[in-house]
Design a protein around this ligand. Structure first.
Ligand SMILES: NC(=O)c1ccc[n+]([C@@H]2O[C@H](COP(=O)([O-])OP(=O)(O)OC[C@H]3O[C@@H](n4cnc5c(N)ncnc54)[C@H](O)[C@@H]3O)[C@@H](O)[C@H]2O)c1
Ligand SMILES: O=P(O)(O)OC[C@H](O)CO
Length: 402
């Protein structure tokens, strides 16, 4: 399904950007370095196709695995993914295959862009085709229902231990259609191994697509997964006509509860204040291209979930299933998450959204800042202030690289 509202890449923003640069996709024109790399993309949905397009524009060799024969045919013959990313011409150099082992064996770097419920069975098919030097980048945003695992935890269970240091996670505010239009976008790459994070960062960064990096895998994954539930909540609020006050309250209090839950699951609160937290929350809680927010709007207007998903053309709103996982994770961790639990009750137990809002707004009154988050924020590591030439120490916070 093409993302709602896509203008097929010929919008005025794209034209304005093009007028200021002859080669926005090229890292070489800006001093950014990127060696030509063989990149395999597993997943021919909107995001997989957009990332494949981005990498191909950079001059990387790209092979895309698509589940559907029709996606493979359209990419190879029409040079467009007419199923999931309609309206964007793909370079002829970007080829698609339905043979997942062939695609995995091709890649020096493998981008895994698979909805959460299919990550395990998809990756299990390619384990034997992976080389020890492969770098595997998960771009999935969700939490599995049965086990409450993030993609990182699924991958570490399925892949041999020697490949664990080769794993990275890409997340942040990034609508597939806007990346395909080369609208300036910033994302985060998380990895335990800083060399791996740097390699992915350098491999994918351009003047239109800026990658930051972090060690906080849990924070990046949980931020990316939990914001989808909040986007559904904001959509419901919009669908009910609750306006700007309602949306601002949900974004702010939603960020608070997502942060408390993520911190309880091992994340740094600073990550939730970054691209994969507040960045992606702002994008999907306000942006019309969000599938999760669109599901929420339609629920708020009274449509049934089955009718909504039946008209999405196979596109996935991860927040629908993640609302169940997040609710159970909150119970398991003992974290009070009224927004997440409210969305769980609306989606999975048929609760009336207006009743949920009234109940949430009527809870016992409390301080705004949670004690545990405040403590975690104070304990979080800050970069050491560099020494000045005169032997004095620079003022912390004044020399941070932005
Ligand atoms: N679309 C975006 O703008 C965007 C941006 C960032 C992250 N993401 C995340 O990327 C992931 C993939 O989303 P998308 O937007 O590329 O997909 P999509 O919703 O556009 O398409 C659905 C995808 O699921 C695949 N699929 C369906 N059944 C499958 C099966 N049995 N086994 C394997 N794959 C199957 C389809 O082939 C297709 O690739 C999700 O976790 C999503 O949250 C999406
Ligand atoms: O369209 P959504 O709601 O799945 O959001 C897509 C991306 O996660 C945005 O960063």
């Amino acid at each position: 399904m093409a993302a709602a509202g896509s203008d097929g890449g010929s919008g005025t923003v794209t034209a304005a950007l093009a007028a200021h640069s002859t080669s926005p996709a090229s890292p070489r024109s800006s001093g950014l370095s990127s060696e030509r790399t063989r990149i395999a993309v597993l997943g021919g949905g909107a995001w997989g196709t957009s990332l494949a397009l981005h990498a191909a524009r950079m001059g990387h060799e790209v092979l895309l695995w698509a589940l559907e024969p029709e996606v493979k045919r359209a990419v190879n013959e029409e040079h467009e993914n007419t199923t999931y990313l309609k309206g964007f011409k793909l370079p002829e150099s970007l080829r698609a295959s339905n043979d997942i082992k062939e695609v995995a064996a091709f890649g020096e770097v493998i981008l895994m862009v698979i909805p959460t419920p299919f990550v395990e069975r998809t990756v299990a098919q390619v384990v034997d085709a992976l080389r020890d030097s492969s770098i595997l980048v998960s771009c999935t945003k969700g939490i599995l229902n049965d086990t409450l695992e993030t993609p990182n935890e699924i991958l570490k269970r399925v892949l041999p231990a020697r490949l664990h240091p080769r794993l990275a996670y890409l997340s942040g505010p990034s609508f597939a259609a806007e990346v395909a239009k080369e609208i300036p976008t910033a994302v985060t790459v998380a990895a335990d191994n800083d060399d791996v994070a740097k390699r992915v960062q350098e491999m994918l960064s351009t003047p239109r697509f800026r990658c930051y990096r972090t060690h906080d895998v849990a924070g990046v994954e949980l931020g990316g997964a939990l914001k989808n539930v909040l986007a559904i909540a904001c959509g419901i609020s919009d669908g009910l006509g609750f306006g700007s006050n309602g949306r601002a309250a949900l974004i702010t209090r939603g960020l608070d509860e997502i942060t408390r839950l993520a911190v309880a699951a091992g994340a740094s609160p600073l990550t939730l204040a970054g691209l994969s937290g507040i960045g992606d929350i702002v994008l999907t809680c306000t942006g019309d291209l969000s599938r999760n927010r669109t599901v929420g709007i339609r629920l708020g207007k009274g449509e049934k979930l089955e009718d909504i998903t039946a008209t999405m053309g196979g596109a996935v709103a991860e927040g629908v299933l993640t609302s169940r996982s997040a609710h159970h994770l909150a119970l398991e961790k003992g974290i009070d998450c009224p927004v997440i639990s409210g969305i769980y009750r609306v989606i999975h137990e048929g609760a009336d959204p207006v009743d949920v809002v009234t109940q949430n707004m009527s809870r016992p009154l409390k301080p705004e800042v949670d004690r545990r988050v405040a403590q975690a924020a104070h304990l979080a590591e800050v970069p050491p202030a560099p020494a000045r030439g005169d032997g004095a120490t620079a003022v912390p916070g004044c020399v941070v690289d932005c």
